[in-house]
Design a protein around this ligand. Structure first.
Ligand SMILES: Nc1ncnc2c1ncn2[C@@H]1O[C@H](COP(=O)(O)OP(=O)(O)OP(=O)(O)O)[C@@H](O)[C@H]1O
Ligand SMILES: [Ca+2]
Length: 588
């Protein structure tokens, strides 16, 4: 976990890491995870005119649009907001609030607006804050000249659908005819296709008998304009998505944003491909269970989704035996984060609710860290597999050798103390040696294990059975022919032979430990010298073995061996390595 902290991931449950290794799907939200969440208004369509908002022509925007419209626009921006403009302790102006809000406030300020004055001018009667289900927010103002006015802003298509009038280029309020609707919709799509998030701002004068206890109306508005907000893709996301793809992990985008914005960003990140489907939350919701299951494998982008849509998608994916990771930063992601096999929340931009629901917190908010977590997860999984393969081999051989010879000759060649030592090599030292292998990039080139994968794979069975067979055969051969081979005679011959058998057995394990470093590749020495723990464990095992044989005779029921006997037993162990390598060429 410490090591992962250095890699910018805080793992809240250790098991989560392993789950991430077997993930087959990542459902990512867009804003804040794939994008930087630094938003700026770059385009606007006020009074039906589309304009770029750049540093140089901001002032001109104000002069080009009618004054009445500018007034309404600034009133809307500064009163209908969830953000706040404050002067911090250094005397600098600071804009607080969600990135969408700050982008709008920034835009308002650049138009020469005065937030303080706007706020003081009219009284805020009612506020309905933004939420991801409604995708809009609204306020009601009591105007200085009397009367009530409602302002609303939110997802463009939704707010525009509630407008029946628009301010035209002369600053007059005119009914929204088909032509204007088409123009505005085309503008929304144009902005969205440029990967901009679009917001529509609208207002309406309320009847004097309107009671603030009523909900703010949803329709009857006059459209002031549409703004396009740029939220650049994070650097490195595209590469990370590509790594995921080569690792057999499907990445999907599930966002609350406009479908065209989502598609544009998804294409930029490499999430949306030609054969993938982009769907909107409301369409998805309507589908029957069967339709959903048929559709889901192809969905790469889900736009305008509500928090429940995210949740439904994750649930459906899980029910079709996928291991699903969900990433998110907002409160609206919490249900999905909770439902996922593994939830990853963003540490910097993430809300507390999102972090609470997550298993892993990505401290640097970077999508590529998610890939690192997956890599670590896979590495944990494979290291445990290596360890189990190693351990099963030792156990099988020790059991068969002792059992068969106990049945046939009445005595067991390996004594209790010797078996205890072997056990230590296997458990503690083996775990130390094999579990400390660091993750490699290779891990991300194979398919994920998923839910269906067997823990003991066929590859492992092949290695275990082949290696056990070899070890058993040589030890059996030593038992039967050993005395003749080493010309052992006299009363000590049994003890010497058993010591040779014990020594060979231990060295078989030492060399098998090296072979176990890689279950599939023949070159097991790659990077071995960088893994100090492994080398140290191996060295210590060998040194202790010498001590046990040469010095601890009475305790371990051994006797010192001659150099020839030493050589033969070490060689027998070494022979296990080419055998292991040969086994790896057998396809399974
Ligand atoms: N403060 C706001 N006021 C009004 N409308 C907003 C505000 N913030 C966002 N919106 C609108 O609501 C839409 C969806 O927002 P939502 O919170 O569901 O998604 P998100 O969390 O921002 O995106 P993602 O799910 O990709 O992270 C946005 O596309 C935007 O049009
Ligand atoms: Ca988000």
């Amino acid at each position: 976990m410490k090591k992962m902290m250095n890699d910018k991931a805080l793992v809240r449950h250790l098991a989560a890491c392993e789950t991430m290794g077997s993930a087959t799907n990542i459902c990512s939200d867009k804003t804040g995870t794939l994008t930087t969440n630094h938003m700026t208004v770059v385009k606007s369509c006020i009074c039906m005119d589309v304009r770029e908002v750049g540093n140089n022509n901001k002032a001109s925007l104000c002069s080009e649009i009618p004054e009445s419209a500018v007034k309404l626009l600034l009133q809307s921006i500064f009163t209908n907001t969830g953000g706040e403009i404050v002067i911090n302790k250094d005397g600098k102006r600071e804009i607080l609030g969600t990135p969408t809000e700050t982008a709008l406030l920034e835009f308002g300020l650049s138009l020469g607006g005065d937030s303080q004055a706007e706020r003081l001018a009219s009284k805020l009667v009612k506020v309905e804050p933004f939420n991801s289900t409604k995708k809009r927010m609204g306020v009601i103002l009591e105007l200085p000249e009397g009367g009530l006015r409602a302002h609303t802003k939110g997802a463009s298509e939704i707010v525009l659908a509630g407008c029946d009038k628009v301010i035209n280029s002369n600053g007059e309020v005119v009914p929204l005819d088909v032509e204007s609707i088409n123009h505005l919709n085309a503008t929304i799509n144009q902005f969205a296709n440029e990967a901009l998030r679009t917001l529509c701002l609208a207002y309406m004068e309320l009847e004097n008998d309107f009671s603030p206890d009523n909900a703010i109306p949803l329709s009857g508005y006059t459209c002031i304009g549409i703004v396009g907000i740029k939220d650049p893709v994070r650097p490195g996301v595209k590469e990370s998505v590509a790594i995921c793809r080569s690792a057999g992990i499907t990445v999907r985008m599930v966002t609350g944003d406009n479908i065209n914005t989502a598609k544009a960003i998804a294409r930029e990140c490499g999430i949306l491909t030609d054969d993938g489907i982009a769907i909107e939350g409301p369409d998805f919701r309507e589908k029957s269970q069967e339709e959903m299951l048929a559709l889901i494998p192809k969905i790469q982008v889900m736009a305008r989704s509500s928090p429940m849509d995210k949740h439904t998608l994750v649930r459906q994916l899980r029910s079709s035996d996928e291991v699903v990771a969900v990433t998110g930063d907002g409160t609206n992601d919490a249900p999905a984060l909770h439902e996922a096999d593994i939830g990853l929340a963003m540490g910097i931009s993430g809300t507390e609710v999102a972090k609470e629901s997550a298993d892993v917190i990505i401290l640097d908010d970077n999508f590529s860290t998610i890939v690192t977590v997956a890599k670590w997860g896979r590495s944990v999984y494979i290291n445990i597999q290596k360890f189990v393969q190693f351990q099963l081999t030792v156990n099988i051989v020790a059991l068969i050798v002792n059992f068969s010879s106990a049945c046939l000759t009445g005595t067991a060649p390996l004594t209790a103390v010797q078996l205890l030592w072997v056990n230590m090599i296997m458990d503690t030292l083996g775990a130390l040696a094999l579990a400390t292998e660091p993750p490699t990039d290779e891990l991300m080139k194979r398919a994920p294990v998923g839910k269906k994968g067997n823990f003991i794979s066929n590859v492992m069975w092949r290695n275990i059975l082949g290696q056990s067979f070899y070890q058993f055969m040589v030890i059996w051969y030593l038992q039967v022919k050993g005395k003749g081979m080493f010309s052992l005679e006299g009363p000590d011959s049994d003890l010497t032979l058993n010591t040779i058998i014990f020594n060979s057995f231990v060295f078989c394990q030492v060399f098998n430990e090296i072979s176990s470093r890689n279950m599939e590749e023949i070159n097991v020495f790659k990077g071995i010298l960088n893994n100090y723990v492994f080398v140290a464990v191996l060295g210590c095992t060998a040194v202790f073995q010498v001590i046990i044989i040469e010095l601890l005779g009475t305790f371990a029921s051994t006797t010192p061996l001659t150099s020839l006997q030493w050589f033969v037993s070490v060689f027998i162990g070494f022979l296990g390595m080419p055998i292991a390598a040969a086994l790896k060429t057998i396809p399974v």
